[in-house]
Design a protein around this ligand. Structure first.
Ligand SMILES: Nc1ncnc2c1ncn2[C@@H]1O[C@H](COP(=O)(O)OP(=O)(O)OP(=O)(O)O)[C@@H](O)[C@H]1O
Ligand SMILES: [Mg+2]
Length: 422
């Protein structure tokens, strides 16, 4: 067994690889000092439980990982092999911790069977320390322990975009922010179009996908991972879509918990879930808003938006007093000749943090909408892409590079502990 064992303490048995569930769509990057280690890790990909995992291996050590993550966002899991001595390992990991984004887990593969080191690393927040050589099943078990074991929190962070008024651009901003996060983080993102009769996610990605979300909602308790896989379509690299039918064949009077099962399931399989919520007020909208990690209210700088954004922000704060306060994005700022409420007045009136202001640009947004493209695909140099980058960085709680702030350097114990809780 590769997990360090202390003869004085009862051992946690490593679950046999045969008894574990499918691991969610996480991103894993491994840094290996020996080619045998890289081969062992790569062979994990042939296991069906790893079929959803995006795993890459490269030559390197803890130092190599540090160099990589100095300028790149970290994946869900870093596996790092080290040949360092027990005295050197904590210090090297300390440096790596400076560059780890919240939520990233670290498994260390070492060559020294040392109980003091093992305890020190686990205490400081390293997810697992395995002593090489190990069987690939042990590695899969360790990954499984982190991401699917009983009691582990769902991996998916849920972010809802809620329009203060019809047509303010909430869906457009949700899709572009999700797409930006997927490209920059190189992580799987799911967009769930909750506007069953009129949703535009399929159109915005130039797709004609199946009725994903409607079938998922209809299946309720029968919805499982296999069915969900069938209903999700690929909209772009790392971007998955649960699209709305966008037809009026049926009316959808959803109960309060209509979306609950679907959200729960996607959250357990995909690291980032973006919910495109329609402009309506119903029991299921209220329930959804109360259950998400982040809510972004999208408004235009006019009076109706102001009133509605204030009602939404006040209601959301009361519904979820212990969660993050809603954030505000002001869109379509600067429509020619339109009198507008200033951003400062707007945000102070509703007492919400203004995440971004996005300029009105009929040509750019109109082209993107009509071509089924993202803003960056129409114009990669537009400043509006910075807004999507900032929104993505904030809602994912991740450093997306290029201007987004990194967490300040901390020592290993502090940061890894924070990461564990995140
Ligand atoms: N900043 C902008 N400048 C110009 N046009 C924009 C801007 N943002 C969005 N739009 C356009 O506004 C229209 C409505 O956008 P969208 O469908 O995203 O709004 P919504 O708030 O989701 O509306 P709904 O109430 O239908 O859900 C689209 O044609 C979109 O291209
Ligand atoms: Mg919409």
């Amino acid at each position: 067994m590769g997990v360090f064992s202390d003869s004085n303490e009862p051992q946690e048995p490593v679950a046999p690889a045969s008894g574990i569930r499918i691991i969610p769509r996480i991103t894993v990057q491994a840094f290996c000092e020996n080619s045998q280690t890289a081969q062992m890790i790569e062979s994990a990909l042939t296991d069906r439980r790893m079929s959803k995992v995006a795993l890459t291996t490269q030559n390197g050590s803890i130092q190599g990982a540090v160099e990589t993550y100095r300028s790149n966002p970290t994946p869900n899991l870093i596996i790092v092999e080290t040949m360092l001595s027990p005295e050197q390992i904590p210090q090297a990991l300390d440096e790596l911790a400076e560059f780890c984004d919240p939520g990233t887990q670290v498994i260390v593969l070492g060559h020294v069977n040392d109980v003091v080191l093992y305890r020190q690393l686990i205490r400081s927040g390293v997810a697992e320390y395995l002593v090489l050589p190990i069987e690939v099943g042990e590695l899969i078990s360790a990954i499984s322990e982190l991401f699917v074991a009983e009691g582990t929190p769902p991996i998916g962070r849920t972010i809802g975009f809620m329009p203060a008024k019809g047509g303010v651009g909430s869906s457009t901003i949700a899709h572009n922010s999700a797409w930006t996060a997927a490209q920059l983080l190189r992580q799987e993102v799911l967009i769930m179009d909750m506007d069953l009769p009129f949703g535009t996610a399929g159109l915005d990605f130039n797709q004609d996908p199946p009725n994903g979300v409607a079938d998922a909602v209809e299946a309720q308790e029968n919805l499982d991972e296999v069915m969900l896989d069938r209903l999700i379509s690929k909209a772009a690299s790392n971007v998955n879509l649960l699209a709305a039918p966008g037809t009026l064949d049926q009316v959808y009077d959803l109960p309060e918990d209509g979306y609950e099962r679907t959200i729960e399931l996607v959250q357990s399989t995909i690291p980032l879930v973006v919910l495109d919520i329609p402009h309506m007020w119903s029991s299921w909208v209220r329930r959804t808003l109360s259950s998400l990690d982040e809510v972004v209210i999208v408004a235009e700088p006019d009076l109706a938006s102001l009133r509605n954004a204030k009602s939404l922000a006040d209601t959301i704060r009361v519904m979820r007093p212990n969660d993050n306060a809603p954030l505000l994005v002001l869109n379509k700022v600067g429509v020619p000749k339109r009198p507008e409420i200033s951003a400062a007045e707007f945000s102070s009136a509703i007492d919400c943090e203004m995440l971004e202001q996005i300029a009105f640009d009929a040509a750019l947004f109109g082209t993107a909408a009509n071509n089924g493209q993202m803003i960056s695909e129409v114009s990669s140099v537009s400043k509006i892409n910075d807004a999507f980058r900032n929104i993505s960085a904030r809602i994912t709680g991740r450093d997306l590079g290029q201007g987004a702030a990194r967490p300040s350097p901390l020592d290993l114990s502090g940061l890894f502990k924070k990461l564990k809780k995140a």
